[in-house]
Design a binder for this molecule. Sequence first.
Ligand SMILES: [Zn+2]
Length: 417
Amino acid sequence: MWTQLVLGVMLSTTAWSVPNPTIRYDGHKVLQILPKTIEDVHELLSLAKKYHLDIWKSPRYLNETFDVRVDPEQITDFVNDIEALGLKANHWITDVQKLIDEISSGRNRRATFSIGAFNDHASINAYLDSLASANPHVTVHTMGNSYEGRAIKYVKISNNLGVNKKAIYADGGIHAREWLAVTTVLYFIDQIANNPSRDRTIDALLGKFDFYFAPVVNPDGYEYSRSHDRMWRKNRRPVISGCNGVDLNRNFAYHWNPDNGGSRNPCEEVHAGTHATSEIETKHLQNFLCSHSNLIAYLNVHTYGQYWIYPWGYTPILPTDYRDLDHLGRSAATAIRHTHGRTFTVGEDTRVLYAAAGGADDYAKGACGVKYSYTVELRDTGLHGFVAPTSYIIPAGEETFAGFKAFATELVHYEHL
Ligand SMILES: [Zn+2]
C-alpha cells in the first residue's frame, strides 16, 4: 500500500507542478531574543519546551540570538514569560506563511531540473544519473533506500589518475526543511563535474582528491516538506500514533544521548530515536562514512546561521587536533567573506551553549576517523531562516563553493598531499 502512497507523492511533486504544502503557518511569527547570560539561554530552552515551540536557531555563543517560531495563540503568554525574564522579544518574521507563499510563487515551473531551483527528489536523482552517463569522471551510486523506499544516491567524481587519493565528502538535506543545503551540494556537483568556468583550481583539486556528494540524505522528509509541511525536519518513519519521524542528526551512534540536545519524545522536532541508529537513513550514512577509509574530510551541510564548525557536538571538550580543524575552517570562512561579504563563524560545535549528541559530524570523526569533519550552516542569520528564497540558491552556492575550494586547497598544503 505504501508503494501507491509514495507514487502518489512523487506524481504530485514533480518539478513542473508547483507544490503547495498543505499545512499552513498563517500568523506564525519567528521571534528573535538576545540572551544576556548562559542562564538566560537555559531559561529560553525550557520555555521553548514548555510551549512545545519550534526552535529555529539556538545560540552557540553569547551575543547571538535565539530564534523561535510561535503560533498566534501562544504569542501573548510566551512574550509575557520572556519579559518576566528581563528579555526582549523582537518580532523578526511576522508571518511565516507569507514567506512560504513567496517562495512557492518563485518555484521552478520548468519540466527540467535546474541548478538554480528547488527541485523535487526524483528530478535530482534523474539529474545525477544523467550526469554520470554524460561524464566519464562521474559515477552514481546508492547508499540504500529510505524508509519509504526512495534511493539515497551519491556521486563520485574522480579523474582516476593517481592511486590512493584522499577523498572529500559532502551531503545535504539531513534536515528536510533545509532546502538550501540540497541546492548547495548540487551546486558543488555541477561545478566540479562540469567546471563551467574552466577553473584551474578545480582541475588541480581533482588531481589530489576524489569527491563524493549526496545532495539528499533524508529524501522522505524532503519530499514531505515539499508536499505537506514546509517546516518538516525529521525523517518520516511512524514512531508512535500521531507522531512521525526521528531527527537523523541526533541518531548517530557516537555518544548518542537523547538527553543531550535531543529528546526522547517522538512528537518533538529533535527526537533522537529509541536507540542509536534506529533509523535506516542513519544506518546507510554510517555505513558510507566508515566504509570509505580514504575519506579525510566531511561537510554535513545545513541551514542556517552561517557557521563552519567542528566536533565535538556532544561535549564542550575540544578534540586534541582542534587547531588543525580550526585552521582549515578559517581558510573557508575567509574565502566565503570575499565572495558576497558574509561572515561565517568558525569554532567548535558545542562551546558552552549548544550541546547536541548523536550528530553526523561527531560520528564521522569519532567512529570512522574522518579527521576534518564539519557541520556547515549556510546563510542567512535569520532574515528568511529556513524559508530561503530562490534568489539565494546561486549566491549561496557561489560563496560556499569558494569556501570549499579554499578549504580543499589549504588541506593539500597543510597535510602535504
Ligand atoms: Zn539542520
